[in-house]
Design a protein around this ligand. Structure first.
Ligand SMILES: *[C@@H]1O[C@H](CO)[C@@H](O)[C@H](O)[C@H]1NC(C)=O
Ligand SMILES: *[C@@H]1O[C@H](CO)[C@@H](O)[C@H](O)[C@H]1NC(C)=O
Ligand SMILES: *[C@@H]1O[C@H](CO)[C@@H](O)[C@H](O)[C@H]1NC(C)=O
Length: 413
């Protein structure tokens, strides 16, 4: 049995192209595949570089992220662009550009079952790509991060992100996963020629760059204006895997039906999700579940209470009740899904667990992380398949230290 496990691990490692440093380690993790946790560079490498810029994506690649994350939005004239917020005020110089002053406005929309109102902002959905390209990205909201690169980089299109992902693959000779998040479909599909305009445009763009295959026909006659650039030849390089993400459960289900790319269902605001029957429901359309990390530590019930989010007690009871934080990973894996919690901040930032703010955890163990190592080791031990991390270097070092421990335990060395 031991020999079989080792042979399987060796075979799977031979196929595993990710990770610069520790690919030769033969240890079994608690992830669904038994392989090490995959580190997802959240918005690129935002601990050091202005997020979602070419510098942020290159830095993430150089630090050895397994996946590099872009967040998508859609310009008024139908271009997919990458930015975390649906608006540009927080992380760019948009407010200082007189030609764009007239675009400042207010909006209300729903995303992930939650209503959002944002006032006095510049929204991607109202701007043309030419207007968006006038803007420069900065770190203004995050004073503890390096500010040296403010004003140097523009907002990228999704195509530019995919070109950069092909470039790092070819130039560094290593595969990287792409993991785009479709933000706020209910905002971006308003006023378009048909209801899935945004999703289909993302699918057609991903397909062009070789990162997805379409499983169910989509109406490309609606996108005859979509001009995609010629591809840089791979010259024998190998593209990494791809995964979709969305907080919008309808969009997650749509992406799952229409492509062969696995889908991450993101969520923190829908209480039914964190029950046994809720996970059964999600497993019909998602291959990966991505909860806010606190659901594995302080727990769902404590989270909803602390955030004044109400739930229907009868419905939750009928769905099997809230799953305890220490059992959540096992329950997700039991349904054949992998797990990708967010967000593991750089150690300059507060870890942001409710239990560290005096909220009583739902868990029997009462675990509450004291520091970065404590936090990462807990999540590694729980078998997280992916983690959204903000300082890839730091996360990588902790992954190596954890691998050392596994090696000691499994090989008694
Ligand atoms: C946006 O909301 C703010 C504050 O609620 C209000 O003062 C302002 O007039 C609104 N702007 C527009 C364009 O409606
Ligand atoms: C990708 O690499 C090619 C060849 O070096 C370069 O011309 C192109 O500008 C790069 N694309 C992006 C978006 O950086
Ligand atoms: C929840 O409600 C309490 C009592 O009204 C309030 O003190 C607290 O700030 C609220 N918490 C959040 C996250 O809104």
């Amino acid at each position: 049995m031991r020999i079989l496990v080792i042979a399987m691990a060796a075979a799977s490692l031979a196929l595993n192209v990710s990770g610069f440093i520790d690919d030769t380690r033969i240890v079994r993790w608690n992830t669904l595949s038994g392989q090490k946790t995959q580190l997802v560079g959240h918005r690129g490498e935002k601990a050091f570089m202005p997020e979602h810029t070419r510098a942020s994506y290159w830095q993430a690649a150089l630090e050895g992220a397994d996946y590099i994350e872009p967040d998508l939005g859609l310009s008024k004239d139908g271009h997919l662009v990458v930015n975390h917020n649906e608006w540009l005020g927080g992380n760019t110089n948009v407010a200082s550009i007189p030609e764009l002053a007239h675009l400042r406005t207010n909006k209300t929309w729903t995303d992930g079952g939650k209503s959002k109102t944002v006032t006095n902002e510049w929204f991607i959905a109202d701007m043309t790509l030419a207007q968006i390209k006038m803007v420069r990205v900065n770190q203004a909201d995050f004073k503890f991060r390096p500010q040296h690169f403010n004003g140097m980089f523009d907002v990228l299109t999704f195509e530019e992100y995919l070109q950069i992902m092909r470039n790092v693959t070819i130039d560094l000779g290593r595969s990287f996963g792409v993991i785009p998040e479709l933000k706020s479909p209910k905002l971006y599909n308003v006023g378009r020629s048909y209801p899935r305009y945004y999703e289909d445009r993302a699918i057609l763009t991903m397909r062009h760059y070789g990162w997805t295959k379409i499983s169910k026909q989509i109406d490309s006659s609606q996108h005859t204006d979509l001009r995609l650039a010629p591809l840089r030849p791979l010259d024998g390089a190998c593209l990494g895997p791809s995964v979709w993400q969305s907080f919008d459960q309808d969009t997650a289900a749509y992406l799952s039906r229409h492509t062969f790319t696995p889908v991450v269902a993101l969520n923190q605001d829908l209480p039914w999700f964190f029950t046994p029957k809720g996970l059964d429901r999600v497993s019909k359309y998602a291959q990966v579940i991505s909860p806010w990390k606190d659901f594995f530590v302080t727990g769902a019930e404590a989270y909803y209470k602390a955030n004044n989010i109400t739930w229907d007690a009868k419905e939750i009871a009928q769905m099997g009740g809230f799953i305890k934080p220490e059992n959540l990973a096992k329950e997700i894996h039991r349904r054949g899904m992998t797990i990708s919690p967010y967000t593991f901040y750089d150690s300059h930032q507060d870890m942001s667990y409710l239990c560290t703010k005096g909220v009583k955890p739902d868990s029997k163990s009462g675990f509450c992380p004291k520091d970065k190592r404590d936090e990462f080791f807990y999540f590694f031990a729980q078998g997280m398949d992916f983690m959204f991390v903000e300082n890839i270097e730091e996360a990588n070092v902790l992954r190596i230290l954890y691998t050392n421990e596994l090696e000691r335990d499994q090989w008694r060395i």
